[in-house]
Design a protein around this ligand. Sequence first.
Ligand SMILES: Nc1nc2c(ncn2[C@@H]2O[C@H](COP(=O)(O)OP(=O)(O)O)[C@@H](O)[C@H]2O)c(=O)[nH]1
Ligand SMILES: [Mg+2]
Length: 253
Amino acid sequence: MESSNLYRSSNTRASFSGQVNRDFTTPHPPSAIPEKKCFVKVVAIGDSGVGKTSLIQMFEHSRFTESFKPTIGADFSNKEVTIGGKIVTLQIWDTAGQERYQSLGTAFYRGADCCLLVYDITSQSTFENLSQWKSSFIQKGMIVNPETFPFMIVGNKLDIAEDNRQVSEYALQKFCKENGEMTYIEASALNNLNVEKAFCKLAEIALKRQELMQKKTDDYIVQEKLRERAQKLGRASGAQRQNNGNRENCQKC
Ligand SMILES: Nc1nc2c(ncn2[C@@H]2O[C@H](COP(=O)(O)OP(=O)(O)O)[C@@H](O)[C@H]2O)c(=O)[nH]1
Ligand SMILES: [Mg+2]
C-alpha cells in the first residue's frame, strides 16, 4: 500500500458518449477558471485495454476490477488531493481508446492542464502508439506551448511484466528523453503500485506550470501598466512644453 497524504471529498461523475453539442464539453473553460485556482484537469489517453480506467478507479476508490468493460466516449470525476499543503481538485477524464470515439477528443481534451499517456508494458504496439496519441492530443486539445505541457507516461501492468514484458525500461526512458524529457513511471493498477505517485506527480508538475504561466501574465500586466504610465507622462510633459512655447511666443508678440 502506498503512503498517502490524500483524502477524498466530493466525487462527481459524468459520462458522455454521444454527439458533443451540449455545454458539458468544457466544464472549466480557461476563461472561467479563477486566477488562483487549485484545479487541475487531467486527461488519460492511450489504446483500449491498457488500463486507464483501472488506474483511475484504483486512484479514486482503491478498487480493481478484473473484467474489461470498455469505456464509452468519456467519463470524468473529481478527486481532491493535497499537494504541497494546497488542496487541489483533480478533474480526471477517462477517455475511450477506440477509434470510433476519437472524433470526440477535441471536446474532452480542451482545457486540459496535463495528460496521462498510458500504455501496457506487455504490449509493444500500445507503446508504439503513444506518439500518435500525444500528437493527436496536442492538435485536438489546441495545446498552447506543447513543449512545456506536462505529460506523464505510465507503463501499466507491471505486475505481469516479469514474464510478459515487451517494452523495456530503456525504451521507455529513450522515448521520454526524445520527447522533451517527459516524466514516466511504471505502475500496476492491479497491485496499486505507483498509481497515486503517477497522478500526484503529474498534478504537481501541472500546478507548477500554472503558477509559472500566471506569473508571466502578472509580469506582462505590470509591464503594460508601466508602459502606459510612461506614455501618459510623456504625453503630459510634451503638452507642457507646447504650452510653455505658446506662452513665450505670446510674450514676444
Ligand atoms: N494484470 C493487470 N491487468 C490490468 C491492470 N490494469 C488493468 N488491467 C486489466 O486490463 C483490462 C483493461 O483495463 P481497463 O482499465 O478497462 O483499460 P482501458 O481500456 O485502458 O480503460 C481489464 O481486464 C483490467 O482488469 C494491471 O495493472 N495489471
Ligand atoms: Mg476504459
